[in-house]
Design a protein around this ligand. Structure first.
Ligand code: GLU
Length: 375
């Protein structure tokens, strides 16, 4: 790994994701000494010219302590009430600790719809870019008080990746209660080996993700790798490291254990970055080996390569393209309603108009509307 990669000041814009378990202790609440050490690290980076955005969890964990909820699982509306109480304290804590470093913070609460709908996405992006331009440290969380179970991020790993690609950050750091990726869950398998560098998130890498081990936070290694896919495809590198120590960002510079995920070297435009981060596909197209190779070579998806069609999507909806083994190859905006896509699956382009009774486009997904997620 080139030496510069581990020196955070080499990066222009960094998103730091902080998990609940790091920030909130089950009985005593907010870990203020730890937070102050993070604020110290952030101030040092900003002084060195790097822009920083924080995505912080902890609203629900903090709110449930403040409202004296027991350890039982919360109902949705209970956790939303906890988030309302916890978020305001969380924002105050960031404002206070970064304020001690003479840094100003701005709170940004996002829902899934804010990033899935193009116009709202552009609007959120403009606001965050403006905050960064003003030298403010944006503190982002999901707007848990209004997010519903069906339409929510649920974990801040993916939210952080989405925000990182939205603002074209060159690095995403996931501070976690685990110090990186292992070949298996180190909590369950004593032979699990640490993986320092991931050049591409292949199915083999994905298979290494264990189950969620922390009670306070939602995302396990699986959601971290999901985040990694969103980030790296769009050109944002990612680091997973432990936040369980003081000054966890300086620790990365000192060479403490961390897994580094390389960003894809292909330059991806803003439109494709948005497609890559879409989280709620409406359907799935299964394709054969020939189509898989064509997509990997940057071609459009044709009907002839489709084996089957799943889901109730409309023309213009986002769908994922998977191979016979079920691994996602690409995602993009489909040119047909599901019912028509089903009718033309496996047919050559010159047969489509006859099959459908109208002048049909030859591509099921045009390459300009598609992102290959597995290179
Ligand atoms: N948004 C949730 C909170 O602030 C946390 C989600 C997560 O754990 O990733 O409490």
């Amino acid at each position: 790994m080139p030496a510069c990669l581990q020196q955070l000041a080499c990066y222009r814009r960094i998103v730091v994701k902080i998990g609940s378990a790091l920030l909130v202790a089950r009985h005593s609440g907010l870990k203020t000494t730890w937070l102050s050490s993070v604020a110290d690290d952030i101030a040092a980076l900003i002084r060195a010219g790097t822009e920083i955005l924080i995505v912080s969890s902890g609203a629900i964990a903090l709110g449930r302590i403040l409202l004296s909820f027991s350890s039982r699982r919360l109902k949705l509306e209970e956790s939303q009430a906890c988030a309302a109480v916890g978020q305001i304290e969380l924002a105050r804590a960031y404002a206070d600790h970064l304020g001690m470093q003479e840094l100003r913070t701005g709170q940004v609460l996002l829902t899934l719809a804010d990033t899935e709908e193009r116009e709202r996405y552009l609007n959120a992006r403009a606001t965050i870019n403006m905050l960064l331009k003003f030298g403010v440290v944006p503190v982002v969380n999901e707007n848990d008080t209004v997010a519903t179970n069906e339409v929510r991020y649920g974990d801040n790993d993916r939210l952080a990746a989405r925000v990182a690609t939205m603002i074209r950050a060159d690095l995403l750091i996931l501070l976690s209660d685990i110090d990186g990726l292992y070949t298996a869950s180190p909590y369950q398998d004593k032979h699990a080996e640490f993986v320092p560098l991931v050049e591409s998130i292949t199915p083999e890498i994905e298979a290494m993700a264990g189950v969620t081990v922390s009670n306070l936070s939602r995302g396990g290694m699986k959601s971290k790798l999901e985040a990694g896919k969103i980030a790296t495809v769009a050109g944002t590198a990612m680091i997973i490291t432990s936040g369980k120590r003081f000054n966890p960002l300086k620790a990365i510079d000192k060479g403490e254990r961390a897994s580094f995920f390389c960003a894809s070297s292909e330059s991806v435009n803003a439109w494709k970055t948005w497609i890559a981060g879409q989280l709620s596909p409406s359907g799935k197209l299964v394709v054969d080996e020939g189509a898989e190779l064509a997509l990997l070579a940057g071609k459009s998806l044709l009907a002839a390569g489709m084996i089957s069609v799943e889901g109730h999507f409309r023309r213009g909806d986002m769908v994922v393209v998977v191979n016979r083994q079920g691994y996602e190859i690409a995602r993009g905006f489909v040119g047909y309603d599901a019912i028509d896509a089903y009718k033309i699956a496996g047919y050559r382009s010159d047969a489509l108009s006859v099959l459908l009774g109208y002048s049909a486009p030859s591509t099921v997904i045009h390459r300009n509307d598609m992102v290959v997620v597995r290179a």
